[in-house]
Design a protein around this ligand. Structure first.
Ligand SMILES: *Cc1c(COP(=O)(O)O)cnc(C)c1O
Length: 398
């Protein structure tokens, strides 16, 4: 029995590889930054890093490391408990209050990851009488969270507000009790920003709650990096985000919302109730990261300049980019194999990027998703553009 299972898995893995879709992880031997050390052919080599979510360049910031170490000195290494049994430190509550204040909500609740926050946010709030209207390009964790919830599901085409309104009408016609609109703040594969003014207007018109996942906006958009809604001077009703990207890049996620929502999640949210409390080092690091983020207008300015510079250079070189201003800059290539070959060649040329292909993006829309960081210098970006140009010519892309 088990032998036939293993044989089937081996065969499936082989076919993934044959289609050029096999993901191979590269080993990094330094802290995360604009330039990182990797091992190529047994030799430690520096490569320019264009694919971390290290937008503000805080992943190796000494203040964050020091704050994490200080928290460990005071509280030790681990909590060995979920929050409600015996795992809540005063520091957990302090960080939740800092997040609530930062994001402009009554309260916040921490999770081990934003994947868990999205996985656990819907089910406690909604049942079969309710409806979730979800953007078709939402992150996998939102899709999973919706699957785990009994609410009726509606899907609207990415950022298509007319389609959203049609689905809201449908939900109303089906007598939905509570309606939640679920969307990413910035769509991670394209770098497109959600149309918050229209989302807010429709949510209000149809008496729906607006839930937004701001993983790729927190720290980047809006004053002090407060996120997508703040970028438009607006507010959503339920916000989820991560501590694993701009805010130091370690791990952890949160939901920020009105008090009854957070209180209900603390009572009923399964990834919160049945998974360990975040460790002290993460609390210390995240707290320092939020402070640096809020004071980090210079970092956001550098990030934006880098995005402009790279975009311009790549367009001049003849690459097809998706339009936008976000530090996510996708280089469109088409087929998965080409995205892989291009990424491999760039790696040899000293630029670390990753090919994205089906099922992460739609079939035929394979790409290299580059991501800018405040830790990147103009010189590094110019080297990267030159390497892209060389690899692009070799592979017939430009
Ligand atoms: C990265 C990401 C997540 C997952 O966050 P983790 O904290 O790493 O689990 C969820 N949603 C979106 C949109 C993301 O980009």
């Amino acid at each position: 029995m088990s032998q036939s299972t293993y044989a089937r898995l081996t065969q499936e893995l082989e076919s993934i590889d044959q289609e050029g879709l096999y993901k191979r992880e590269r080993l990094i031997t330094s802290p995360q930054s604009g330039s990182i050390m990797v091992e190529i052919a047994g030799k430690e080599t520096a490569v320019i890093n264009l694919c971390a979510n290290n937008y503000l360049g805080l992943a190796d910031h000494p203040d964050i490391v020091a704050s994490a170490q200080k928290a460990m000195d005071q509280y030790g290494y681990g909590m060995a408990s979920v929050r409600f049994i015996c795992g809540t430190l005063d520091y957990h509550r302090q960080l939740e209050e800092e997040i609530a204040e930062f994001t402009g909500f009554d309260d916040a609740i921490l999770y081990a990851a934003c994947f868990d926050a999205n996985g656990g946010v819907f089910e406690p709030l909604l049942n079969a009488e309710d409806a979730i209207v979800s953007d078709s390009l939402n992150h996998a964790s939102i899709i999973d969270g919706i699957r785990l919830c009994k609410a009726k599901r509606y899907r609207f085409a990415n950022n298509d507000m007319a389609d959203l309104e049609a689905k809201l009408k449908e939900a109303k016609a089906n007598n939905a009790r509570t309606i939640v609109i679920a969307t990413d703040g910035v769509f991670s594969m394209d770098g497109y920003i959600a149309n918050v003014p229209e989302l807010r207007r429709l949510a209000d018109e149809y008496d729906a709650l607006l839930m937004m996942d701001d993983c790729h906006s927190t720290g980047i958009l809006g004053p002090e990096g407060k996120g997508t809604a703040a970028h438009f001077g607006l507010q959503v009703d339920i916000l989820t985000s991560t501590l694993g990207k701009s805010l130091g890049g370690a791990a952890g996620g949160f939901v920020a919302a009105s008090q009854p929502v957070i209180d209900m999640l603390r009572q009923r949210s399964r990834p919160y109730l049945f998974s360990n409390a975040l460790p002290p080092a993460i609390l210390g690091g995240a707290s320092a990261a939020i402070k640096l983020c809020r004071e980090g207008d210079d970092l956001r300015e550098k990030l934006s300049q880098n995005a402009q510079h790279f975009r311009q250079g790549m367009e001049q070189a003849g690459f097809h980019l998706l339009p936008g201003e976000h530090p996510i800059i996708p280089i469109m290539l088409g087929e998965g194999q080409l995205a892989q070959d291009m990424a491999n060649r760039l790696y040899e040329l000293g630029v670390y990027v990753t090919g994205f292909f089906y099922p992460v993006v739609p079939m035929g829309q394979a790409r290299i998703r580059t991501q800018m960081s405040a830790a990147l210098t103009t010189e590094q970006l110019d080297k990267a553009i030159a390497a892209f140009t060389q690899a692009g010519k070799e592979l017939g892309v430009i």
